[in-house]
Design a protein around this ligand. Sequence first.
Ligand code: SME
Length: 163
Amino acid sequence: MAEDLYVIAGTKEEQYKALMPQIKALLEGEPDLIANMANMVAALKQQFNWLWVGFYIVRADELVLGPFQGPIACTRIKKGKGVCGTSWAEKKTLIVPDVEQFPGHIACSSLSRSEIVIPIIRNNEVVGVLDVDSVEYNDFDENDRTFLTELVESLVIPQTFAN
Ligand code: SME
């Protein structure tokens, strides 16, 4: 079971490099996906102190809110809507430096300025997304894409979970 998370200062890459093995250790041996998603977003929030870090899970034609850290958020997002629904529809990571410039952006919090959304893809289907929001403009870069993608790829998704 987890010890305290060791939060470090440094460049973003240095922070991720210290955090990644800790998250992997935290999830190791735990088969429950919701528990693992919950601890993953908690660790990310603790290290980076972003405004909002959380999962949306594909349920039929919608994304439904999953484990998250941050202010309350919209519970359902249709495919193709907002940054999350667009990431799902296009099956690709979206980095949005200024959310006001993204047509159809869904403002769950008026404090959000930039955002990254990473689709969780299994068997070529999106089963959910990881969404991160920041109060700073242009807060996400290729480091976030690389490390957050590695994290969502490490999640073990049971066959029965995706629908
Ligand atoms: N901004 C997202 C909605 C989710 S919240 O930010 C938590 C979007 O446009 O899809």
